[in-house]
Design a binder for this molecule. Structure first.
Ligand code: BGC
Length: 696
């Protein structure tokens, strides 16, 4: 059936519905579900978060998990981890796992992927997003979405648009110029919908130029429907709709929210009343319902031909493991300290709360109930086996947990401009914790200094108290006095291996020059700890590359030093198109680790590069050789640099990449097609944005 026929069929069915039935389909009738129309075989639409797996079941009308034991699922690496693989095939495979699990759990719409641009390293939800770069985001989001939708489940790309902070997330009004909007913040959405074919998109909480995104004429009608000709379903973020007329007359299709007064949602009884009184035309509802029915047909919800899916399969765990392995980024490896040789390890000391921490159950709506989660400490035990004595010292501890039983945080967050308040009690407890931390630190340092260990590993970083929906960080400092601990460890044991997990960069200036090693591990899913250990002990050669700039401090990021972050009621994106490396490279601000950086245990040489013409397209070709002793993977990156840069142009932008696997001494010619090659551009081919090996 072609699109016109599909629309016609949906319209015919829509005409059979009463006004009340149609209204039931365009707003939440439960927290994650709309109403169906039983007499016509129209099912309710069932939705679920989120990006890292299928969230546990909630009561229909309360933010309480039902507490059954059948909603444990495969915990997938976060999108930042996926982006660090720079691997399109893995993106598709991971999307397919998410789609198959969603279907296996009986869902119709999976509220993922999150594809907002990482404008500032402080945004609490960065771990859910891919990158600071629209090209990289789009090229991974597209196969991811296609993978999800293989399973007759709709991906819901979120949050449309310019939703780049949590502070005041419900109300903040983004002031942005058209060029930045078009070149940085919208392209990944465009590709996700057009190329990826995402059946649904979620409107954001924030405002853009005075209009709430979920009621925005500019974003939803002019851009989405008219320019992009999008005929999929627009779903609101939960509680992002504020006005009956504006939302009904906008291109929003479904209103969802966090409260249980479902009939009182803007697009429920209040809309019904306005239509009956002749204030709003019924046709606006007809359009929405037609699109929803088209979605249901696309998902085979009515023809008995739908795929069934499954969850927790061994192959899903295998995919999660492969993504996790390729996501680990080796940021620093002086003196070839890594990998450690497992056979030389008789006694190993592991320090740091993150070695033991479990992350799957946190982060906000991205939380899930993982079937299991292999921590780094468990992974180290698994790789080294029982002949190695592995000692664990916590070294530091977290702050007191957020108020227990606050399962309703999502609803509560809406009462506070979308931001979670820190209670006084938490502040008091912080004081007591400082003393405890000092003890833990002394104990760990004493142990590290005793000289009996073949290796000392520190595993720290962030957790979902920082990388979390509802809050932004106030700076990039490592929490819980970890800097002090790392400095001391490097004093007593200079070869301490430093491993950090987290979804966004941290300041490192207090110790980075003293550290020989630094491994970055993200939130890497169900098998994350195993993957990390495999890299540390050389079973896997790391191949992750940073999908974002790791700044020295947050004020080196353009959102902070030129624009505003987080702003107040309004936030000005004065930095325009100079986001991430586009700013740092253009204005010569050195990052700690640049965009695209990531080392390997082998070395690659870029021998020669040239441009081939294939029909109308230009293909960048480059001969790359593995000149080291180990098999490994390299991501070859292509940046275009205008020869006569206009004032508002970055010095270079990523326009292509490919990942190759090479055996020792093997060579290959990689081919990277460019969508567009302007005449006055230098083509830069490199191993990172600042390690350019060939120029054409
Ligand atoms: C988040 C969305 C999420 C929704 C449903 C909102 O608070 O912003 O990303 O999908 O809740 O849980």
């Amino acid at each position: 059936m072609n699109q016109t026929e599909l629309k016609e069929k949906a319209r015919e069915l829509m005409k059979k519905l009463t006004l009340e039935e149609k209204i039931g389909m365009i707003h939440g009738a439960a927290l994650f579900q709309t109403k169906g129309v039983e007499r016509l075989g129209i099912l309710p639409l069932k939705m679920s978060d989120g990006p890292m797996g299928i969230r546990q079941e909630f009561e229909p009308n309360r933010w309480m998990t039902v507490g059954y034991s059948d909603d444990y699922v495969t915990y997938l690496p976060c999108n930042s981890a996926l982006a660090a693989t720079w691997n399109r095939t893995l993106a598709r495979e991971m999307g397919s796992v998410l789609g198959e699990e969603a279907r296996g759990r009986g869902k119709d719409v999976i509220l993922a992927p999150g594809i907002n641009i990482k404008r500032s390293p402080l945004c609490g939800r960065n771990f859910e997003y891919f990158s600071e770069d629209p090209f990289l985001t789009a090229k991974l989001a597209v196969p991811f979405i296609q993978g999800v939708q293989l399973w007759d489940v709709a991906a819901c790309v979120k949050h449309f648009a310019v939703n780049n902070q949590e502070t005041e997330r419900l109300w903040v009004d983004v002031e942005i110029d058209e060029e930045a909007l078009r070149t940085i913040y919208l392209p990944a959405f465009y590709e996700a919908l057009k190329e990826g074919g995402a059946y649904t998109v979620m409107g954001a909480y924030n405002k853009v130029r005075g209009e709430h995104c979920c009621q925005s004429d500019y974003l939803l009608r002019q851009i989405l429907r008219e320019e992009w000709q999008y005929d999929g379903v627009v779903i609101s973020d939960w509680g992002a709709v504020h006005d009956t007329r504006l939302s009904a007359e906008s291109e929003l299709d479904i209103e969802m929210s966090v409260t249980d007064d479902f009939d009182e949602y803007c697009m429920a009884n209040p809309l019904l009343k306005k239509i009956r009184e002749g204030e709003i035309r019924e046709e606006v509802v007809d359009e929405k319902v037609t699109r929803i029915l088209m979605l249901m047909m696309r998902l085979h919800m009515m023809d008995g031909k739908r795929k069934a899916g499954t969850y927790n399969s061994a192959s899903h765990r295998e995919t999660a493991l492969r993504v996790a392995r390729e996501s680990v980024v080796l940021l620093k490896n002086d003196k070839g300290r890594l990998p450690l040789s497992p056979e030389k390890m008789k006694r190993v000391l592991v320090i740091g709360d993150n070695a033991e921490a479990i992350h799957s159950c946190g982060g906000g709506s991205a939380e899930i109930k993982a079937l299991y989660e292999i921590s780094p400490l468990m992974g180290i035990h698994m790789v080294l086996g029982g002949n190695t004595d592995v000692t664990f010292c916590r070294g530091y501890c977290r702050d007191a947990a957020r108020a227990e039983g606050d399962l309703n945080w999502q609803a509560a967050s809406l009462e506070n401009g979308g931001t979670i308040a820190v209670s006084e009690k938490e502040n008091r407890e912080k004081q007591e914790i400082c003393t405890l931390r000092q003890q833990l630190r002394e104990e760990a340092v004493r142990e590290a200094a005793n000289g009996e260990y073949d290796a000392v590993l520190f595993v720290g970083g962030l957790n979902h108290d920082q990388d979390s929906e509802g809050n932004d960080r106030s700076d990039m400092k490592l929490p819980y006095e970890q800097d002090a601990l790392i400095c001391r460890l490097l004093e007593v044991r200079p070869d301490t291996v430093i491993v950090l997990n987290g979804g966004s960069p941290v300041e490192m200036n207090e110790w980075i020059d003293q550290a020989d090693t630094l491994v970055w591990g993200w939130y890497a899913g169900i098998e994350g700890g195993r993957a990390l250990a495999e890299v540390l002990f050389g079973l896997v050669n790391p191949s992750g590359k940073l999908p974002e700039t790791f700044y020295k401090k947050h004020t080196d990021c353009s959102a902070h030093c030129i624009g505003e972050f987080p702003g107040g009621k309004t936030v000005s994106y004065k930095e325009g198109v100079f986001v991430g490396y586009r700013y740092n490279d253009t204005f010569a601000v050195a990052p700690q680790f640049c965009f695209g950086h990531g080392l390997s245990y082998t070395d690659f040489s870029y021998e020669e590069a040239w441009i081939a013409k294939e029909e109308e397209k230009s293909v960048v070709c480059c001969r790359v050789a593995n000149i080291g002793e180990r098999e490994g993977m390299e991501t070859v990156q292509v940046y275009l640099a205008p020869k006569h840069r206009k004032e508002n142009q970055p010095v270079q932008e990523l326009k292509g990449f490919v990942k190759v696997e090479l055996k020792p001494k093997e060579k290959t010619v990689v081919q990277i097609p460019l969508e567009n090659l302007p005449n006055d551009c230098e083509v830069r081919i490199g191993s990172s944005s600042r390690d350019i090996r060939c120029r054409l």
